[in-house]
Design a binder for this molecule. Structure first.
Ligand SMILES: [Zn+2]
Length: 181
C-alpha cells in the first residue's frame, strides 16, 4: 500500500474528523474547523510514521548526497529501522508509552499498528516484507505485491473515498431531523 494511502486511512479511522469522532465528528463543521483538528494531522502522521522513519530517512539522505535511488543498495540501518517501525511489538510499546505520558495521542496513534496490519498482507517476502513480530521473529507473510496490481491500488483508494463519503452522509443524517423541527 502506498504511503499516502496509509495517511488517508489513518486519518479516516483514527481522528475526530474521521470515524473515531463518532457521529458528532468534525465533518459537518466548516472546512477551517476540519483543518484545525489536530487529531486529523496526528492520525495521518502516525499512518506515515513506519515508512517515514525508515525509507523516508534513506530518501532524505539521497536528496542531500545526490546519489541515485538504488533499492538493492539500501543501507543496513535503514532495513533495521524498517523492521522496527513495521513491528507490532514496537508499535505496542510506543502506544504503551503514549498511554502513560501522551494519552490524547493514543487514538490517533492507532494508525501506526493499522499501517502494519495493512502491510502484512500487501508486501511479499524480501527486504520490505512485514516482520510484525520483530525483534522476536523475522516471520512475515508472503503478501501481495501491491505496486504490480493497478486494480488493487484503485480498489483501496476507492474504498477510503467511500469511507469518507459514508462518514459525511452518516453525520448529515444525524443533523437533518433537527433542522426540520
Ligand atoms: Zn509500510
Amino acid at each position: 500500500m502506498d504511503t499516502l494511502a496509509h495517511a488517508v486511512y489513518g486519518a479516516a479511522l483514527f481522528s475526530r474528523t474521521g470515524l473515531a469522532g463518532g457521529r458528532r465528528g468534525a465533518v459537518d463543521k466548516q472546512l477551517r474547523a476540519v483543518a484545525c483538528d489536530w487529531t486529523l494531522w496526528a492520525a495521518a502522521g502516525f499512518g506515515l510514521l513506519p515508512d517515514v522513519f525508515s525509507l523516508g530517512i534513506y530518501f532524505t539522505q539521497l536528496a542531500f548526497t545526490g546519489e541515485p535511488l538504488n533499492f538493492s543498495a539500501i543501507p543496513a540501518y535503514v532495513l533495521v529501522l524498517y523492521k522496527l517501525t513495521h513491528s507490532l511489538i514496537v508499535a505496542s510499546l510506543g502506544l504503551g508509552l503514549l498511554r502513560l505520558c501522551g494519552k490524547p495521542l493514543v487514538v490517533p496513534a492507532l494508525a501506526w499498528p493499522f499501517h502494519i496490519f495493512m502491510d502484512i498482507f500487501t508486501h511479499p517476502h524480501g527486504p520490505f516484507q512485514t516482520p510484525f513480530l520483530y525483534p522476536l521473529s523475522d516471520f512475515a507473510f508472503n503478501g501481495l505485491r501491491w505496486w504490480l496490481h493497478p486494480w488493487f491500488i484503485r480498489a483501496y483508494w476507492a474504498l477510503v473515498a467511500l469511507l469518507w463519503l459514508g462518514i459525511v452522509i452518516w453525520r448529515r443524517r444525524r443533523i437533518r431531523p433537527k433542522a426540520a423541527s
